[in-house]
Design a binder for this molecule. Sequence first.
Ligand code: BES
Ligand code: MN
Ligand code: ZN
Length: 477
Amino acid sequence: MKISRFEGEVSKSKAEAVIIPFYEDRIPSSSMEFLGIDRIPESVKNTGFTGKKGQVFRAMDTTRGQMQLWTGLGKESEYCPETFRRSYSSAYSYFRDSKIRNCLIILPGTDNANEAFEAAYILKLTLYSFDEFRSEKTSADLKEVYIATGEKQDIIDRAVSVAEATNFTRNLANLPPSRGTPSLFEERSREIENLKITVLGRDDFIRMGMGGIEGVSRAAKEPAKMIIMEYGSSDEKPIMIVGKGITFDSGGISIKPADNMDEMKFDKSGASTVLGIMKLASDLKLKKHIIGIMPLAENLPGGSAYKPGDILKHYNGKTSEVLSTDAEGRLVLADALAYGVEKYNPAKVIDIATLTGACVIALGNNIAGLMGNDRDLKEKLKKASERTWEKVWEMPIDDDFRNQIKSEVADIKNIGGKEGGAETAGAFLENFVNGRPWVHLDIAGTAWTQAKTAKADYLPKGATGFGVRLLYEFLCS
Ligand code: BES
Ligand code: MN
Ligand code: ZN
């Protein structure tokens, strides 16, 4: 699919379909010009279309031979980028299984550069489908898209790159667990240009004292890997991004209930986001120095599995008492964080992980938990989040939470009880960043969608790619 800016007079467009925006209380001049009307005709109002948020009225213009998709944006005074994303996404979803090959997109023109970016970005996200394993492919026939905008093509191209990186992340996170293995992540990382790749394996974990990833991966046949990717010049202190890559989380000896255990294939979502952001940095040739780290392992039970009661020693020498083998994410992240901080001396550290069910209970499926030790970094990420659909909400880490994970036989324990489960996980990770400015994003609720939690049309069932756009906006800020 090619997305370009439209040159010339929109009314002369021969596109097979046109997206036309409406506010509830005003018709944008771009739409007025295209349609030659100054109010919604009674006949259209009679169908129920008034320009309300998310409404789509479809009609065939037989004289032009064009399908028109009138798209409601709600009241102009309540307009925000998310309204734009959701409304355009509702209209775009029509293309999913239609034969339309090309379309013209008209913008309301209130927020020009953003509209051009979002129009292209959301289209790619809406038309995504994970059909690698289906004989019947679902992909839309849409090949050519024109956006009527005065902005430069460059904005559209950047939006397409961000969307493609997000869909790349979705493809990884959606992989069945026996396919989306640590080795597959290694293969994919080596396919990205401009990255320096280091891969550590089991022998290295033992030799270097990475007891967390060593312990968690002990029972799996599939080899665990710690993949370190470096992008950009090394003169400048890097930004380090670490993503949890449990390619399947059975819970281990503290095994999970069978119901919905398949969803634990998504426990590699954090690592998938990190790989997506590295690909994006490389595609866009961002002028940044970035370290991406993916601790990748399967968490399985077995004769050689690590056990509740075990004590593991992490890369920075701290020990943790394992009270549940199902709190494995923090154990592998501990080594990744401690190693990255020591080796690369990063200016800022961010980790992203499907870490706790507690975070899902606290914030639901549309908001990620944000924790950290640095006001400025936290604010920057919140600001970046305001530009995207990827919402975050800060949760506290304080001495009470730190006390909850004190152990009598080791430095810390890997669970702190059900109360404040997201925060005690954050408090655990804090031990491994050596005081560097650090933010932890718990994406357990937002990394994938289930059928029962209705979301926007740009989020398909399965992996969402949460974090790619957010970290991109952060890196650009
Ligand atoms: N991967 C899970 C967290 C998770 C649970 C993500 C549900 C998405 C949905 C993590 O490894 C885990 O099992 N966490 C435990 C921690 C507990 C044992 C302290 C949890 O949240 O139940
Ligand atoms: Mn677990
Ligand atoms: Zn997990």
